[in-house]
Design a protein around this ligand. Structure first.
Ligand code: GLN
Length: 314
């Protein structure tokens, strides 16, 4: 079975939640800022929004969490809308095979990050989103865009998270300074990172996140709000990048186990796209050694095997 008509998705999410309950708390919660360190490690949420608009959820699916690097999908979409294919002069489209915040590769490749989903690449994309704006305006534009995608005006930034990110973001400053030294950032480092830290600090629930990603499952148009976001070609291409680069140096393993485009964040969330079928968001704060949600990945592996949704075949 591969359609969504014949599947009892509510039972599937409830079963996944039940099956994983004994393991809640596994993995290591991010502790580089206090706001993430104090998140309950037992939290677990899952939400599926079908392209038919049906919502299926279990656990803490309505509890907001820090989306962190999942925001990189939305700023990439925004930057593509503003600058089109020109963005590929600033950032590549290849898996990095290194950690999300690695600096080594950046020196070898003269300040052009491997892809838009590692930190350096996302910082380069945020620099493009800043074009013609103050950081305050750019942050406003990012929030408005995500509210438009999810069709939900309640989505907000957690300013305490943004402040902590800035206070501890030495490595991101190093990456950005490096790119600026190669002439690969147009704006001052403080302004680019001020914007980047705020996008990472967006707080969303699994349901909101799955709705925001629904356009990627439905050829570029959100079938719930009828908001047309990107062309079908662009949706397909963003999905391709999520599949190959969305989990840092765990992207190959995620493709092997789950077989769907996905983007993870250090807050423990994963946005996953089943093209033509549904958008899925999971949240479990314990991370694996690549910084991806341990049980979130496991939940998606169970979902893919129980639905037959892998893009590589049922
Ligand atoms: N804000 C985090 C950082 O820049 C995001 C990283 C992530 O989610 N993997 O380090």
């Amino acid at each position: 079975m591969s359609g969504i008509e014949n599947l009892d998705l509510q039972s599937i999410v409830a079963d996944i939640h039940r099956d994983l309950t004994p393991r809640l708390g596994e993995g290591k919660v991010a502790d580089y800022i206090p706001q993430l360190a104090r998140v309950d490690p037992q939290s677990f949420g899952i939400a599926i929004v079908g392209v038919d608009g049906q919502v299926y959820k279990a656990g803490d699916a309505e509890v907001p969490f820090s989306i962190q690097s999942i925001s990189k999908v939305f700023t990439l979409t925004l930057a593509l809308g503003k600058h089109g294919e020109n963005i590929w002069k600033r950032v590549g489209r290849e898996p990095s095979g290194s950690a999300f915040n690695s600096i080594v590769q950046l020196e070898h490749e003269h300040g052009v990050p491997r892809n838009p989903f590692i930190n350096a690449g996302a910082i380069a994309i945020t620099d493009l989103v800043l074009a013609g704006h103050t950081p305050r305006e750019a942050i406003g534009e990012i929030v408005r865009f995500i509210r438009y995608l999810a069709d939900d005006e309640d989505i907000v930034i957690d300013h305490e998270v943004a402040k902590s990110e800035a206070a501890t973001g030495y490595r991101n400053f190093a990456l950005a300074n490096f790119m600026r030294s190669f002439g690969k950032l147009d704006h001052p480092v403080e302004l680019v990172l001020g914007t980047y830290f705020h996008q990472c600090a967006l707080s969303m629930t699994c349901v909101q996140l799955a709705k925001a990603g629904l356009f990627l499952a439905a050829s570029g148009t959100n079938p719930l709000s009828h908001h047309s976001v990107v062309t079908s070609q662009r949706a397909r291409r963003i999905n391709a990048l999520m599949l190959t680069c969305g989990h840092y140096d765990g992207s190959g393993d995620f493709a092997y186990r789950v077989g769907l485009p996905g983007k993870s964040g250090v807050g423990g969330g994963i946005l996953c796209v089943a093209p033509g079928k549904a958008s899925v968001a999971v949240w479990s704060p314990g991370l694996n050694h690549n910084g991806n949600s341990l049980l979130g990945s496991r939940a998606l592996e169970m979902l893919a095997s129980r639905t037959g949704w892998s893009v590589f075949g049922a």
